[in-house]
Design a protein around this ligand. Structure first.
Ligand code: FAD
Length: 500
């Protein structure tokens, strides 16, 4: 029987990048995915002749300060997958403001100072602090002898990182300015990372915002499926096996070591086994611990993870238009519409009724997204959401709620872009239940464990688990969620295995 160097459970971006790097280094890989396409959250689906991205709105950075660029270089992503640069970072709209934030810090600083001249020093401090944070992080060793030697000096060498480990976004912005409108604008896209600025870790906010302000935002031409398909092909081209529509049901262990898996076809009953030197779970950590590991081995990790907070989920109203939305006068790629009752960061709340909940509209016609059929348009309304608001509904109740909620947001979008509702040819709603079903992430979580200070940085779970030869590569580990976080996790995981 073949013994693999690594068996990977799940073809989300973390699993795909780990598999691609290991395959490139000559390791024998078996990657198993329960869905019939690779990608997890990074997938597309087709309706009425157009393609729709399940998840990707914006990919941060890709400038020289971004490790992702090195990963893409090494895995030959550039040249095989095309990216479109987004025209701006975001547009923020509420009852008092309608402001467009450029995707580079110099321009953004100028626009913000012209809108808030009295806050000039705070605005400058905002950018210098987050940009320095990113630079420090890039300098900081994460493994090896250098790390060991520098450890006692960390507070001196990396004060921007070490001294802010417990800080929240709200605390950081309170130090920057007293102006609540400015704080709301600076954190307008908080939903990219977490659902609450008063509990979100400053570290995640700083690194991701600095990445957008340094390299801008990007979109994968043709949709995130192109990137996922590319990684899956890369694994196969480098001698690996990618098995779709198969689900891993058990991790096999011997003497406290992970040694293999049991898996089955999604449409069949027969159970197969495969053996590997390393087992990498891209699958959600809570599922690995609670469902895939034998009871006698999961106790330690179970106690730890059951205390951890799981991130929010997302509601998407996927819109297929009769024509490109830019022909209706819309000029922006991402528009963040704030809840009208939000005056301070403390008011930001995604647990409110849909008629008051903040939402984002992404207009893919503003870029060469290569999603819509010729002459047509595609876009998506998204907001943050929670599985418990959907899971107990009957089949009809679920269907009705999807339509009711879609109508609320379409009406709100029509206020923003008059006439847009008459241009909708077809729409479909993706709920936290949809995400849970297709990715198997508990609570339909899109960023794994919530990105709060007690679960950030080194406090987040590492790629190496407490069980020998069992690794994690996903949004659930450090560094965190999102396309970037998941890909970095896969990369760190592969490198840890290669170093062994
Ligand atoms: C609607 C939406 C919008 C988003 N927008 C953005 C954005 O604009 N920018 C951004 O950076 N991020 C965005 N994200 C978040 C980002 O997509 C995710 O954080 C990231 O892709 C998660 O990757 P992952 O590697 O953790 O795996 P996941 O995508 O969670 O995939 C895990 C995979 O494992 C498989 N699996 C699980 N268990 C098993 C098993 N037992 N056997 C076999 N297979 C299994 C699943 O089927 C799945 O394919 C968005 C996500 C969603 C859902």
């Amino acid at each position: 029987m073949t013994k693999y160097d690594a068996i990977i459970i799940g073809a989300g971006l973390g699993g795909l990048v780990a598999g691609a790097k290991l395959a490139k280094e000559g390791k024998k890989i078996l990657l198993i995915e329960q869905h019939n396409i690779p990608g997890g959250c990074a997938t597309n689906f087709k309706r009425v002749g157009s393609s729709m991205d399940v998840g990707l709105h914006a990919l941060d950075g890709m400038d020289d300060g971004d490790l992702k660029k090195e990963i893409f270089d090494e895995l030959k992503v550039f040249g095989n997958v095309e990216f479109a640069k987004l025209p701006e970072f975001y547009r923020f709209v509420n009852e008092r403001f309608d402001i467009v934030i450029p995707d580079n810090y110099k321009e953004a600083e100028k626009i913000l100072i012209s809108n808030f001249p009295k806050e000039k020093s705070g605005i400058k401090k905002f950018f210098s602090t987050i940009l320095n944070y990113r630079k420090e992080l890039k300098r900081m060793p994460t493994t090896g002898i250098k790390l060991y030697l520098q450890l006692p000096l960390f507070p001196l060498l990396y004060p921007g990182i070490v001294l802010t480990m417990k800080k929240t976004v709200e605390q950081f912005l309170d130090e920057i300015t007293k102006n609540d409108d400015l704080k709301l604008i600076l954190a307008a896209n908080i939903g990219y990372y977490h659902d609450n600025p008063t509990t979100m870790a400053y570290s995640y906010f700083a690194i991701a915002q600095a990445s957008y302000y340094s390299g801008g935002g990007h979109y994968v031409k043709g949709g995130s499926q192109k990137l996922s398909d590319y990684f899956a092909k890369f694994i196969k081209d480098n001698g690996g096996e990618v098995l779709l529509s198969h689900k891993v049901i058990k991790i096999l262990t011997e003497n406290n070591k992970a040694v293999g898996i049991e898996y089955k076809k999604m449409s069949g009953d027969g159970i197969d086994r495969a053996y590997g030197i390393n087992i990498i779970a891209n699958a959600a950590i809570p599922n690995v611990v609670n469902n895939l590991l034998p009871k006698e081995l999961n106790a330690g990790m179970k106690t730890k993870i059951n205390k951890m907070e799981i991130a929010h989920s997302i509601l998407s109203i996927y819109l297929f238009f009769k024509k490109p939305v830019k022909e209706l006068g819309n000029k922006y790629y991402s528009t963040f519409v704030a809840n009208p009752n939000v005056y301070t960061l403390k008011d930001v709340n995604f647990h409110v009724d849909h008629k008051d909940r903040g939402f984002t509209f992404v207009d893919y016609s503003q870029i060469d997204s290569q999603l819509a059929a010729p002459g047509k348009g595609v876009g998506v309304i998204t907001t943050l959401d929670y599985l418990d608001q959907w899971k107990e509904l009957s089949e009809t109740g679920y269907k009705n709620k999807k339509n009711e909620v879609a109508q609320i947001y379409i009406k709100r979008l029509n206020k923003l872009i008059p006439g847009i509702k008459d241009q909708i040819e077809y729409y479909e709603v993706g709920t936290p239940k949809t995400i849970e079903r297709y990715t198997m992430n508990p609570q339909g979580a899109v960023y794994g464990f919530a990105q709060i200070p007690s679960q950030a940085g080194i406090k987040r779970m590492s790629q190496k688990s407490s069980i020998e030869n069992l690794y994690f590569a996903s949004a659930w580990t450090m560094p965190g969620g999102g396309f970037t976080g998941a890909m970095l996790s896969g990369w760190f995981c592969a490198n840890k295995i290669l170093k062994q």
